[in-house]
Ligand binder design. Structure first.
Ligand code: ASP
Length: 582
């Protein structure tokens, strides 16, 4: 037996017992005649004491050779500590070591295994197994486990069945790029890794499973953005015989349960907002509603003077930044520069200081009088002391720009509190989205999403106006889940593919199996998928997902620990009948 207890277990009531422990040497203090060692494992730290007078000579000698991260086993008697450590649960006791065995020596780790480590990001990624020994990472992985188990238990209790769907599937051009896997046995042919189990979960509904879920890896070969992973985990769900309302209720239930179980936060009912309202009020389809700064549209009160920039703009829109009237000229100039950065892309910014004395001072005083500015203040709900920031231009560009500014100001003003949770359903998404690159409409969610009843006809006349039975669950400004009610009859699905530019042959080749299935009694169905990595991070009060993933890829999509992706050898290529030309 390697150990009788773990390193977090021993307390004062164990004094006098003889125990055996195993773990890693966290640190060693050698005073010559006495050595103290902190022994660490997942559960905690126990202090070991080696004492010239009471510890056998050979044990004492061996103890002096122990370095950081050596794996050891000790046996000894639990004694009361002379100087107690109230910061750790085992801080009242220590073990007077009688036997010591080195289970494995360790090289000096490339960074300190401490809460505050000296290791940079790259180094920690390369030696991720050492990073995982640190509390910061270890605790996040344990936290993820807790969330995952809570999800599984909740859904299982509600009658959902977890079904595994295949990872080796067929590539389809719709959506993001696929990762593909060559098939050795089928020369020249490829599998694709699933971007999501979408069609399979729908087939499970046709198969009568009724309520399905799966905690599942999904793969998307997208251009990497900060905090995106090429492989990520979804809580994927589907239900039969449901309408949108049923799905919203079911998964509001799950999310409430998690907030309560994990964070001790009770939320009565999640607010709902249509996509159009979200865009109008926040310029964003995943608004953070933990704070105000709602958009005020100013066209009516800003386009009646000689200010050409506003008069030519499709949209003039502003927000009131709390307390911003006190910003110095320099600070405001910096804000203007901030919105002009290429990442935001505004051409400029007009501002109005709503002074504490009720007067206004603006960057466009030449054109607008106090009465005009008072109307702007009213529209943006500004209070004395606020700074009104106004952007203008094409509404499709201006809204996201002002949204970026709103989020930035909220971050700077510390209005985005990690321990505050503001969930929100965004509903009635457009069915289609215009794609500048291909000059065509694409399915905004995916091609299996059903339009709102009676709107199929609109596809011909005003496609951009067609709304879908699609919804997102937003938490603190992050999309944590999204789904839709699906098309479940062959005819509508065929029409949709046709509309999206698939020829009949293409639709048949790619999705014939699904359309066939729809002819054998497909129930009405719908579902949702949550991004587990992000959900866990937000519940954990963080915005970055990487530390909640045991072995994440870096921003270039590489696993620097195992050094992947990598070349494969010629023999492998030959077997696969592949030629690499670079
Ligand atoms: N499969 C969809 C996605 O990955 C979610 C859904 O519609 O259920 O976004």
């Amino acid at each position: 037996m390697y150990r009788t207890h773990d390193n977090g277990a021993l307390r004062a009531n164990n004094i006098g017992e003889t125990v055996t422990l195993a773990g890693w040497v966290q640190k060693s203090r050698d005073k010559g005649f006495m050595i103290w060692i902190d022994l660490r494992d997942r559960y905690g730290i126990t202090q070991l004491i080696f004492d010239e007078e009471r510890t056998p000579d050979e044990v004492m000698k061996l103890a002096k050779t122990l370095g950081r991260e050596f794996v050891i086993q000790v046996t000894g008697k639990i004694i009361e500590r002379e100087s107690k450590n109230a910061n750790i649960p085992t801080g009242d006791v220590e073990i007077l070591v009688e036997e010591l065995k080195v289970l494995n020596a360790a090289k000096v780790p490339p960074f300190t295994i401490e809460d505050k480590t000296d290791g940079g990001e790259d180094l920690r990624m390369k030696y991720r197994y050492l990073d995982i020994r640190r509390n910061a990472v270890k605790e996040k992985l344990i936290f993820r486990h807790k969330v995952t188990i809570a999800v599984r238990n909740y859904l299982s209790e509600k009658g959902f069945i977890e079904v595994e769907t295949p990872y080796l599937i067929k590539s389809t051009p719709e959506g993001a790029r696929d990762f593909v896997v060559p098939s050795r046995m089928n020369e020249g042919q490829f599998y694709a890794l699933p971007q999501s189990p979408q069609t399979f979960k729908q087939l499970l509904m046709v198969g009568g499973m009724d309520k399905y879920f799966q905690i599942v890896k999904c793969f998307r070969d997208e251009d990497l953005r900060a905090d995106r992973q090429p492989e990520f985990t979804q809580i994927d769900c589907e239900m039969a015989f449901v309408e949108q309302e049923d799905i919203l209720n079911a998964f509001e239930g799950l999310t409430k349960h998690l907030l309560k179980e994990i964070n001790g936060v009770e939320i009565e009912q999640f607010p709902r907002m249509t996509y159009d309202d979200a865009m109008r009020k926040y310029g964003n389809d995943k608004p953070d509603i933990r704070f105000g700064m709602e958009f005020g549209e100013l066209n009516d009160v800003a386009q009646h003077k000689d200010f050409k920039i506003f008069n030519d703009a499709e949209l003039v829109v502003g927000i009131a930044v709390p307390g911003g009237a006190s910003y110095s000229r320099k600070e405001i100039d910096a804000l203007v520069d901030w919105v002009k950065r290429p990442q935001v892309g505004a051409l400029g910014m007009v501002y109005v200081k709503y002074n504490a004395d009720g007067s206004y001072k603006s960057s466009v005083d030449k054109f607008y009088d106090q009465e005009d500015l008072a109307q702007w203040a009213e529209k943006t709900e500004a209070k004395p002391g606020d700074l009104i920031c106004v952007l203008s231009g094409d509404s499709r560009k201006t809204r996201p720009q002002l949204s970026a500014l709103r989020m930035e100001m909220a971050t700077r003003l510390e209005l985005r509190k990690a321990d505050e949770f503001a969930p929100l359903w965004v509903t009635d998404f457009p069915l289609l989205e215009w794609d500048e690159d291909t000059n065509r409409y694409h399915a905004m969610h995916h091609p299996f999403t059903s339009p709102k009843p009676g709107q199929m006809e609109l596809l011909k006349t005003d496609p951009g106006a067609v709304k879908a039975n699609a919804y997102d669950l937003v938490l603190n400004g992050n999309e944590i889940g999204g789904g839709s009610i699906r098309i479940h009859d062959r005819e509508t699905q065929a029409k949709m593919f046709d509309y999206l530019g698939f020829t009949e042959e293409e639709a048949k080749a790619q999705f014939g199996f699904l359309m066939d299935a729809f002819t054998y009694g497909a129930p009405p169905h719908g579902g949702i998928a949550f991004g587990l990595d992000r959900l866990v991070a937000i519940l954990g009060g963080q915005e970055t997902i990487r530390d909640f993933i045991a072995f994440p890829k870096n921003n270039a999509g590489r696993d620097v620990m195992i050094d992947a992706p990598a070349k494969i050898d010629d023999a492998q290529l030959k077997e696969l009948n592949l030629k690499v030309t670079v």
